[in-house]
Design a protein around this ligand. Structure first.
Ligand code: NI
Length: 184
């Protein structure tokens, strides 16, 4: 297993539409393990393949640390070739951040519940409903597979509030607790 460097927000790979995983082989399982290790090393709750420079439809999550004691804990899950088949519930604002945009957080409004069809880390097909923080992490990571970042949802005003931070990240001056690979 190895910790992979995380690319930052202006890297073109984060803007690509990712390709489906076609060969379900050991190489993919090894990569998924590396993604989990990379996510835990950076104290993240989700990580998508483009964030480590791989333009494939894979993300991993572990939202357990964000959940209340009484909540059901889904644990670590890999999503390979995921499809969000339904979004429902109330539209709710929650604070999001992203390992590719270190230390920038802001509110994003998204549906409370999602139903996702995906292959897990054992290549088993699953269709499951997720809600609360877990649904939030899934929607954020799913966006990465479409080349979308959470800052894309912010108003021009909110984006301007983050301008200095974004410039610092873009120019490779931001210090992080985990390995990053600044653009160019
Ligand atoms: Ni992100």
């Amino acid at each position: 297993m190895s910790i992979l460097p995380i690319v930052t927000y202006n890297d073109p790979v984060l803007r690509e539409k990712t390709k489906p995983v076609e060969d379900l082989n050991e190489e993919i399982q090894d990569f998924v393990e590396d993604m989990f290790e990379t996510m835990y090393n950076s104290d993240g709750v989700g990580l998508a393949a483009p964030q480590v420079g791989v333009s494939k439809r894979i993300f991993v999550i572990d939202s357990d640390g964000m959940l209340e004691e009484e909540d059901e804990k889904p644990g670590p899950i890999a999503f390979i070739n995921p499809v969000i088949v339904e979004k429902k519930g109330k539209m709710i604002p929650l604070d999001e951040g992203c390992l590719s945009i270190p230390e920038v957080t802001d509110k994003v409004i998204r549906p409370e519940v999602v139903v996702v069809k995906f292959l897990d880390e054992n290549f088993e097909e699953r269709v499951e409903e997720f809600s609360g923080w877990t649904a939030r992490v899934i929607q954020h990571e799913y966006d990465h597979l479409e080349g979308i970042l959470f800052i894309d949802y912010l108003s021009a005003f909110r984006k301007r509030m983050h301008k200095a931070d974004l410039e610092e990240i873009d120019t490779g001056k931001r210090e992080t607790r985990y390995p990053i690979k600044p653009r160019g």
